[in-house]
Design a protein around this ligand. Structure first.
Ligand code: NA7
Length: 537
């Protein structure tokens, strides 16, 4: 199939965001082409194939809402979808809506420069694309953060970052495996790796809260119930803070007796997953409420982990519950009761170097390993955009524009970067929400804007004033919560050495954010400079 190298719109990425963006623009009759580094669709779910990779949102709403037919015809098998099932779903979407013909796969963007008239996009293979409007659909957690530990290149075993897991898998049977990192990923992978590894050593820097997911097969009755209820489910999501179809409890937990409160927490614990948070009103707003919930979760670690010293090392005391992304798990704390699992506190005794044989700590203690797994997260939100090599007006690099930290208007565009639109960019609710919900809202909004610009032959970019106001609002929204209290959070960029500390996602809530985006569009995009197209000789 031949493709034209100058469509109206180029979309970078073919995960949840890119696929829907292509679909929407094609429906509007706008020419569009996608560029995707991987050799298939899926984005996050293409790359993150580590053992135990699973979504923390429940399957019935971790999916697109734009097609009633799609909602009805797809059958999820479990309460939480695993990586392979989500990838199959996205492959099905790509086929069902005939999207693959609009994507060049195995095509990595190395630079994209705005030349005054069009975006010029260069790819690793040498192909050049031009377009008038450029949309990034590169995800928030796609730029792997591999710690710069001396000696890694000398390691004689194999090492992998979870976000770039080999497609053929890694056989850990009977081998000595080390895992660095106890975020959501490490907490999912550790129990699965422990079940087949000979020995598993977990190198923990920050102890984490985690709540049992309570994953289970989805019964036919449950699935049919969700399918019958979709209209109501979607309405709750649209009105929610996090894009989940949960109604946050209105119970004042501080007004309850200790027994009543414990009972409420126990019920939420039994229900499991991210619903725990929704059961505790004001958990991210009121420190006293949070402390009660945090105490409850700490008590669960003590009662699950048999060795009291190990339990204490696993107990988070440096940040309130949910101020770092709250993981959910299957048998995470139970795993530390296994004979073949060792916990190493690398806050107390940091990793000094990797040797050919394994990990050596500052104290000199050695941990021989055959396989080393980095579950060390991502250069979140801004990282995936920075590595595209974007250059705006006057050749200004995004890296320079963001030297003091990522700044956008509504998370949707960047001043000085005309006709660039960023799906779930920094400053949007993104990672604080159910991603497909935020993605669809952004895609619909961007599609409407591009249709407007095309109809009136306009270019658009956020005004510096609107961007500065938005930065203030993003900061205020975070400061109105307990979220900034987690000093080492990737929400703040604190996990990547040298990254400016800016609270990256918008914490004001999905519904409120959506209303602000709608108001911006209804008012004729006052936060954007709209200019009649400059004719180039
Ligand atoms: P996270 O949440 O960033 O977790 C990374 C973990 O790796 C975390 O425990 C880090 O400790 C640890 N880490 C990072 N660098 C190091 C070094 N140098 N030494 C020791 N430990 C380190 O990433 P995930 O992949 O788990 O989750 C990302 C999101 O993906 C998740 O929230 C879901 O939205 C899906 P730290 O806490 O920084 O001390």
């Amino acid at each position: 199939m031949s493709v034209r190298n100058d469509p109206d719109v180029v979309v970078i990425g073919a995960g949840f965001a890119g696929l829907y963006m292509i679909h929407r623009l094609r429906e509007l009759g706008i020419s569009v082409h996608g560029l995707e580094a991987a050799d298939g669709v899926g984005g996050t779910w293409y790359w993150n194939r580590y053992p135990g990779a699973r979504c923390d949102s429940e399957s019935y709403y971790y999916c697109y809402a734009f097609s009633r037919e799609l909602e009805q015809e797809w059958d999820w098998s479990e309460r939480y979808p695993g990586q392979a099932e989500i990838l199959s779903y996205l492959e099905h979407v790509a086929d069902r809506f005939d999207l693959r013909r609009s994507v060049s796969f195995s095509t990595t963007v190395v630079s994209a420069a705005h030349d005054g008239d069009r975006w010029v996009i260069d790819t690793e293979g040498g192909a050049r694309w031009t377009c008038r409007w450029l949309v990034t659909a590169v995800g928030c957690l796609s730029s792997a953060n591999v710690p710069d530990i001396p000696g890694l290149e000398s390691f004689a075993g194999e090492w992998h970052h979870t976000g770039q897991w080999p497609h053929e898998g890694v056989d850990v049977t009977g081998r000595r495996v080390g895992v660095v990192g106890t975020g959501s990923t490490g907490i999912q992978a550790i129990p699965v790796l422990a079940a087949s590894a000979g020995e598993l050593t977990v190198f923990q820097r920050t102890a984490n809260f985690s709540i049992p997911a309570r994953n289970a097969p989805l019964s036919d009755d449950e699935a049919a119930g969700y399918k019958a209820d979709y209209a109501a489910i979607r309405a709750v999501q649209q009105a929610s803070t996090n894009g989940h179809p949960f109604v946050v409890s209105d119970v004042d937990t501080l007004a309850l007796s200790d027994d009543e409160r414990r009972e409420l927490f126990e019920r939420a614990w039994e229900r499991g997953g991210l619903r725990f948070r929704a059961a505790v009103r004001d958990v991210l707003a009121d420190p006293a409420v949070n402390e009660k919930a945090s105490d409850f979760l700490r008590s669960k670690i003590r009662s699950t982990v048999e060795d009291p010293d190990v339990a204490e090392t696993l107990t988070p005391r440096d940040h309130p519950f949910a101020t770092k992304r709250p993981p959910i798990d299957t048998d995470y704390f139970e795993t530390y009761n296994r004979e073949n699992v060792t916990l190493v506190d690398v806050r107390a005794d940091p990793i000094a170097e990797i040797t050919p044989d394994g990990v050596r700590l500052a104290s000199g203690a050695e941990h021989p390993l055959d396989v080393l797994v980095f579950a060390t997260g991502f250069d979140a939100l801004s990282g995936p955009l920075l590595r595209l090599g974007l250059r705006g007006t006057g050749g200004v690099a995004l890296a320079d524009a963001w030297a003091e930290g990522a700044a956008t208007y509504l998370g949707l565009g960047v001043a000085g970067f005309p006709n660039l639109f960023t799906i779930t960019g920094p400053g949007s609710p993104s990672v604080l929400t159910n991603m497909p919900t935020s993605i669809e809202q952004h895609v619909d909004w961007i599609a409407d804007l591009v249709a407007h610009l095309r109809a009136h032959d306009l270019d658009a970019e956020p005004t510096p004033e609107a961007q500065a106001r938005w930065a203030d609002h993003v900061r205020e929204a975070a400061d109105a919560t307990l979220l900034p209290q987690a000093a080492s959070s990737w929400y703040l960029g604190a996990n990547v050495p040298g990254k400016p500390r800016v609270f990256l996602p918008y914490a004001g809530g999905f519904a409120r954010y959506r209303e602000m985006c709608d108001a911006e569009a209804a008012a004729g995009y006052p936060g954007f400079a709209l200019r009649a197209r400059r004719e180039v000789a």
